[in-house]
Structure formats: C-alpha cells, structure tokens
Ligand binder design. Structure first.
Ligand code: PLP
Length: 368
C-alpha cells in the first residue's frame, strides 16, 4: 500500500443541493433515487515502470464520470460492490454497522473477480471522509439511514481478455427510507424454476453486478406474478434453498430452531445474515446453518413446524415472507401476518443500528 489513509485530497462541490432541496428529498428519500454532493475515489494503476498501486485518493463533487469506451467493466463486467448503512444517533454521533465486514467482503469479491484488494484502512477512511462531508444527508425517521455504495470497476481501455491493469474504487451515498415502501407487510416471493443466479464454481458468493444482471429476468417473471423478490434453488442439490436475488433467507421453527442455508459457495455471505445468527444464539435459539430443501419448506409449513420465514439484507434489514409462489404451487397463506420472532429480531437489530439497544457485540463503528 502506498497511499496512507491520511493522504486524501478534497475538492468541494461548487453546486451542492440547497438546504431546502435536501430537506424535501430527506422527507421522502425512497431507495437509491438521490445522491449526496460528493464521492470518494481511489485509483489503482501502475506507477512509472512499477507495479500497480492504490493512488490519488480523493473526495470529488458527485457527478458523471468519464470512462474510455473500451474500459473492461463495460465489456466483461469486471465489477464488484458493497452496501452498508450509516445512522445518526441521538447524541449526534454518526455510526456505521460492521463496516470492517464490508471491507473484508469487498476483498473476497475482489479476489474472485481478479480485481485488486483494497486495504481495509483505505476502505474505512474513504467512507469516513465522505460521510463527514455529507453528514447532513443522513435522514432521520424509523428505519431511515444513509446508504453507502462502495464499488470497484475495471477502467483500463483494452479489449483483450485478462484482468484490467487500471481500476477505480469509488463510494457514493444515497439517503434511504423503507426499502419496500409503506408499512411492513409480508412480501410474496417467486420461485424461479427456469433461471439461476449462481452455479457451483461461479460468482455467487462475490458481490458483483453480474449476479444481479443474471437475476433480473427472474425478477421480472416474479413481478409479473405479483411478487417482489425471487428465490433461487440449487436444482442439482435436491432443490436446496439458496437465497433471494439480493437477500438471505431464514426459517423459524415452532420448537425454537432458527435455520438458514449453509454458505455453500453460491450464497452471498450476508452481514445481516451473520448478525441474525448471532442474535439467535444470544436468545438461546437452536441456530443451524445447513441444507434446507423446498420439500422441507413445503412440509414444514403444512405441518406447522415452520412458523415464520424472513429475508434479510442491509437495504431492507429484515422482511417477513408471506408466500412462496411458483408455476405449480403456493406455500404459505395470503393473509400471513409478520411473525413474532421475525419482528422481535428486526426490532433488536434496528435498535442496535440506531442506538436505542445496547451494542453488546461491538458492531458499531463511529465515523463522525
Ligand atoms: C448484499 C447481498 C445480500 C445481503 O448482504 P448484507 O451484507 O446483509 O447486506 C444477500 N444476497 C445477495 C445476493 C447480496 O448481493
């Protein structure tokens, strides 16, 4: 590493949003629709005659970026990203939730996509600088936060097929309200029988744009069938449940078991997932990471053994799942209410994040 965390330069926006424009946006931020006034950037390229290095760490005004039409990201999809949230607590401090875990996962994704790893201190410093500058963009209100989107793209202009020798890492920030909008109702999810988002040896456990591109057609199919999210199975492994397009999935059993699919290489290592596992253990639940099949889901709901299903991820935190629908069947009932355990874990997790419940695991990192 050649850039020390302290060597960021800073160029301020000459036309930031006015306080009143910002207030209008923050009153109703939605998800991913608006962006703050600045962005953090670090480049990776060869120094004169030497190996490629991270360099030119900076804060810039938010705006369109210029990229060569031959840049690798535009042709071969060499791209990875992260997602994490920042909250303002009642004492005025600004915190984020387990950002070191995001830094570590970015590097897991980087290794898989043949991108350079970013030193954790540079990741943390990039978000600290951006958030310090744009902290007036943190919305308040139930479940609201500033969502950070760090990402890394291959910028080298070269059409041959090999890992790019020039790369750019950036962070943008977007005020976020409730992900699915409105009150928290159980969502229906669509079981995709035709499409997969990941396969053995593929990029399923990397957080990369390509996985999302692969899931969109299934998402469209789900929406056409009245569902907000899509569930993917491993059809070569007894229809084992994997995850949703962008969220991990959990099952609550009547006897106190809390079950989620084991990380098999095709499932994203969700930070919310790992936090929920810990909160389940803290409650004395019988927490299991294991294979759970579609048959077990169907039979468990029918027998009453499985009482609740929920999905989890940073953007939507914890979302109760009502029904699973497919071409051939419906599991669960239409008028399902959010489950008790689901809502209790959701409140606890949100409480830790927003500072109303004690952070006994040291998950919060103060940024400002
Ligand atoms: C980001 C993501 C998740 C959730 O991960 P968190 O760290 O909890 O936000 C789950 N599945 C996929 C495919 C994802 O991209």
């Amino acid at each position: 590493m050649t850039v020390s965390a302290l060597e960021f330069t800073q160029e301020l926006s000459t036309n930031p949003k006015s306080a009143s424009e910002r207030a209008t946006i923050l009153a109703n931020p939605g998800f991913g629709d608006y962006f703050t006034d600045h962005t953090a950037v670090i480049d990776w390229k060869a120094a004169e005659g030497g190996d490629a290095q991270w360099q030119n760490a900076r804060i810039e005004p938010y705006g369109p970026i210029s990229i060569d039409p031959a840049a690798g990201v535009l042709h071969y999809g060499q791209e990875i990203f992260e997602g994490l949230k920042v909250y303002r607590h009642a004492d005025g401090s600004v915190v984020s939730f387990r950002p070191e875990a995001n830094a570590a996962r970015l590097n897991l994704s980087a290794r898989r996509l043949a991108l350079p790893e970013l030193p954790e201190e540079l990741f943390l410093e990039s978000i600290r600088r951006l958030v310090a500058l744009d902290q007036d963009w943190i919305p308040d209100g139930d479940g609201a936060a500033l969502y950070l989107r760090p990402f890394m793209i291959a910028t080298e202009a070269f059409l041959g097929v090999r890992p790019a020798r020039e790369v750019s890492y950036r962070v943008i920030a977007s005020p976020a309200g409730n992900y699915f909008g409105g009150e928290l109702k159980p969502v229906s999810i669509w079981l995709s029988s035709k499409y997969a988002r990941a396969g053995r040896g593929g990029t399923g456990e990397a957080k990369c744009g390509g996985n999302y591109a692969a899931s969109l057609i299934a998402q469209m199919e789900g929406e056409a069938n009245g569902c907000k999210q899509v569930l993917f199975l491993d059809e070569f492994n007894d229809n084992a449940v994997e995850e949703l397009g962008g969220m991990n999935v959990f099952f609550v059993f009547a006897d106190g078991r809390l079950v989620t699919p084991a990380l098999s290489g095709t499932i994203l290592h969700g930070i919310t997932r790992s936090s929920v596992l810990q909160l389940g253990r803290d409650r004395g639940m019988d927490v299991q990471e294991r294979k759970i099949t579609l048959d077990e889901w169907r039979d468990g709901v029918a027998s009453g053994e499985i009482t609740e299903v929920f999905a989890c991820g940073t953007a939507a935190v914890i979302t109760p799942v009502g029904q699973l629908k497919s071409e051939t069947e419906v599991i669960g009932s239409e008028d399902a209410k959010p489950g008790e355990v689901t809502m209790s874990i959701r409140e606890q997790l949100l409480g830790i994040q927003t500072g109303t419940v004690e952070d006994t695991h040291g998950w919060l990192t103060r940024l400002v």
